[in-house]
Design a protein around this ligand. Structure first.
Ligand code: SAH
Ligand code: SF4
Ligand code: F3S
Length: 477
């Protein structure tokens, strides 16, 4: 009966909307028994892409009738949206699962689902089957759109459900999304990655690069703007190769120009830019529109050409520096931030010196510094020149200090200026203040109340605390 019914649908979106309704009916029965709403809690690990996926999960959950709660321990349904980019991300998930084990023992009706990048690894699934049998539902990155259907089955069948796909060509549009912020939103423009940097597991767990149709993207952004969204963050592992493989190919800079035309959108951000594909056209488009934020995240990974080659990054120390300085020259008020890995196989003190040299030459406004993590199945994991922990201990702090010194120096340059700020939230430590972000992504705290949230105001940057500012509001924009 189920099958016949679901065969009637013309597309996957309709099919999933049907399962949201079915799940809603199941939850209504549960509500009647419990005398309250059925609650859910989603925890997100990893990057912006995962954060956006979690908004999709929550959109489905809320539409199906779940009530979101902060209380993981007492929630009826807990979902971990996982990351596997570095081993510590995996360990955190196992730690949290371990803590849930005894809670589930006391409350066997509690449901647990795991999804996201970590689930795309066979070894993880084996381990979960063996040691975490209390988990109810496991699915991966390629079939997230099936969440409603899988949840419905979870409640109906009672057995552990594992549904992992190796790949997909499908992009399912128009499922419900529950945004974390009313005034800003991530927008996926592409999925997957084709770059195969030798240390990185993302291409294996997110699959090949697929761009969304630009018409769909603009349609989504127009809808967001109508909904009050002022800032969009265009998301992809390498936004500079957007459009490749699409029939009526448009480039990333062309897409940006289209986004700039959307009325109501006042700020546009994007991430991540791979240095090998960053075009002059992009720099021109960024220059020509002040809607496009003065921030570019341009991961360096290493400043040594030898290591960059081994990483398969396809640029050199010199070409990176040339590109970054060209951008600084063309767009003087831009913030350039980066990602850096310390401890890649074969790395020596001289390679680290090169990295430090690039950090100082480009003067990054900020950078995430990561300890290299060996990821099973990646080419780098098989390299026989892995470096010692002691090497990493010695050199990580050197890199971090250089990053921090440069970030501080860059931040201080804005003291005394008045800048446009998008107000994001009430200050965490002082409720008489609000916290907002400059176009270049710097944070500023200033006196204000919740009526300012989501508005763009002029703020004078009075006092730099190295990585953020205290300021005062000068007026509306
Ligand atoms: N697509 C983005 C990066 C996504 S992953 C890009 O190429 O810019 C985010 C960051 O995690 C990477 O930039 C890299 O610095 C870091 N990373 C990825 N794999 C890693 C590993 N095995 N060990 C340590 N850091 C890693
Ligand atoms: Fe990983 Fe490289 Fe792809 Fe970024 S570009 S996701 S670092 S493989
Ligand atoms: Fe992690 Fe997957 Fe993002 S591995 S960094 S959540 S793409």
């Amino acid at each position: 009966m189920e099958k016949e019914h679901s065969d009637l649908f013309t597309n996957e979106t309709e099919r999933q909307l049907y399962y949201i309704e079915k799940l809603n009916a199941v939850l209504k029965e549960k509500e009647a028994l419990l005398g309250r709403k059925v609650t859910c809690h989603v925890t997100t690990f990893g990057c912006q892409m995962n954060a956006r996926d979690s908004e999709k999960l929550l959109g489905i959950l809320k539409n199906a009738g779940f009530l979101e709660t902060d209380d993981e321990e007492n929630a009826d349904f807990v979902i971990f949206n996982t990351c596997t980019v570095r081993d510590n991300a995996n360990q955190r998930v196992y730690g949290r699962l371990g803590a849930l084990k005894s809670i589930v023992k006391k409350n066997p009706d509690k449901k647990i689902a795991l999804c996201g990048c970590m689930m795309q690894e066979n070894s993880v699934i084996e381990k979960l089957r063996k040691s975490y049998g209390f988990v109810n539902l496991i699915f991966g990155t390629h079939n997230l759109f099936k969440f409603a259907e899988l949840c419905y089955r979870m409640y109906e069948e009672g057995e552990m459900i594992i549904d992992i796909w190796d790949k997909t060509d499908e992009i399912v549009e128009d499922l419900p999304v529950e945004r974390k912020y009313s005034f800003k939103s991530g927008v996926n423009i592409m999925f997957g990655c084709n770059n195969f940097c030798t240390y990185c597991i993302v291409p294996y767990v997110r699959g090949r690069e697929r761009s969304r149709n630009s018409i769909e993207i603009i349609r989504e952004i127009e809808k967001l703007a109508k909904d009050g969204v002022k800032e969009v963050m265009l998301l992809g592992q390498n936004v500079n190769s957007y459009g490749k493989g699409l029939e009526n190919e448009i480039s990333f800079p062309e897409l940006l120009k289209e986004v700039c035309k959307v009325e109501g959108i006042e700020r546009i951000r994007f991430m991540t830019s791979h240095p090998k594909d960053l075009s002059d056209e992009l720099i021109e488009v960024m220059k020509s529109s002040d809607k496009i934020c003065r921030h570019l995240h341009l991961p360096l990974q290493s400043g040594s050409t030898k290591i960059l080659t081994a990483m398969n990054r396809r640029y050199t120390k010199e070409s990176y520096v040339e590109l970054a300085l060209k951008i600084r020259n063309e767009i003087p008020d831009i913030a350039i931030t980066s990602d850096i890995i310390v401890g890649f196989p074969g790395e020596t003190k001289e390679d680290i010196d090169d990295t430090i040299d690039v950090i100082n030459t480009v003067s990054f406004d900020g950078a995430f510094t990561f300890v290299y993590s060996k990821r099973t199945g990646t080419p780098a994991a098989g390299m026989d020149n892995q470096v010692s922990e002691e090497f990493v201990r010695t050199h990580f702090d050197r890199v971090l200090k250089t990053v921090q010194d440069n970030a501080k120096a860059q931040a201080h340059k804005k003291t005394g200026r008045t800048e446009k700020v998008l107000v994001e939230e009430i200050n965490e430590h002082d409720s008489s203040m609000v916290t907002g972000r400059l176009s270049n992504n710097l944070i500023v705290h200033f006196k204000g109340d919740k009526s300012l949230i989501g508005t763009i105001v002029n703020v004078k940057l009075n006092e730099c605390k190295d990585f953020y500012y205290y300021g005062e509001m000068i007026g509306d924009c």
